[in-house]
Design a protein. Sequence first.
Length: 452
Amino acid sequence: MKEDFDKDRIEELVEREDRNELLPLMDDMHPADIAELFQDLNLKEAEWLFNLIPDKEKKADVLMELDEEDRKKLLEGMDPEQIGHFIDLLDTDDAVDLIQELDEKDREEVIQNIGDVEQAGDIVDLLQYDEDTAGGLMGTEYIAVNENLSMPDCLREMRHQAEELDDIYYVYVIDDDNRLKGVLPLKKMITHPSVSKIKHVMETDPVSVKADMPLDEVAIDFEKYDLVAMPVIDSIGRLVGQITVDDVMDQVREQSERDYQLASGISSDIDADDSVISQTKARLPWLLIGIVGGLVNSLILGGFEAQLAAVTALAFFIPLIGGTGGNVGVQASAIVVQGLANGKLELSDFIGQLWRSVRISLLNAIVIAGLVFIYIYFTQPGDYALLMAVTVSLFCVVIFATVFGTLVPLTLEKLKINPALATGPFIQITNDVVGLLIYVGMSMWMLRIFPH
């Protein structure tokens, strides 16, 4: 919050329902600051504070700044007509986000209560796009002028369109069929005030994205070209919308949070202040799978009991085998997931990346197994069964874990499944079980070659 505002003091005023002292404060506060207050309020207090906001546009902005759960609670207490009035005040991209949070049965009724028929039509069109594509993120608020206009006519058209906009990023140039032809920079408007046609001074071939482009690719383009907004076109090049960098940043942050939770073994999107039941349901599945993995390991060790009894030193290296396999696998998968996310790794290079992974695993395996070989050679002299079982097992585990950690995220990406799944418990549990199987099998083999 801004330093001018004392959050604790404002929460105390809300608790006392002190309208006289709160109203002047609310007038000066940014919608994001007001939204921050709702995190610590119960539903009754939240509704009272929301209704206290006198300015309708600010009210709509606060609504969109709220966390999804807080916004959902407020929306549940409103009728479709009230929600429709708020949507009238929002940009189309925000309006679509809000409508998508409603239950299916409520959406149609809310859309029917939108006062601006043109905006309602735009919203209906935008709802047809997948929310994880450029079309699902774009808005229809932008300035577009025909390429055949003179500069004076262009300026008049811009003034007319700008009356309905809060922000102007670029002026897009289109032809008679609404196809995107270029962008008109502000500098050209100043330096060429009387040009015959703006198509003679516009910048051609602007960076654009198609409406069906996935959001992760959209984010890569924003970063690559350092844009604050990007036009969206349909399959035949017609201008259909605009994406702004703030919307992309919100999506990237949400995706990063989801990926981090998935990599940590959390199966659904949760926050720290969610209920105990919600957090338990999200965290329990992978914990149970981990228990299954642990039970499988215990069964494997149970069949190896006689050998462990004969050579107790074999048991000392079980954590080393499991830990190394898990770490190597997570490293390999994390690099692949990162490469897929930032566009530096193409799925078409599946075989090339796998071959690179094999070479890396061989180098790592030689170094790790070599160091452990030296350690055991001097600390357990003459125990060749132990020496060979541990070092050969480590060599094999490192290679398997690296290749598996590379293969899994690439395969998941090919199957359109979030590859972040491969950086979490799935890789660790699999490598634990497989690593233990390799170690047990190798130990039994070496004990036959070098009997105790």
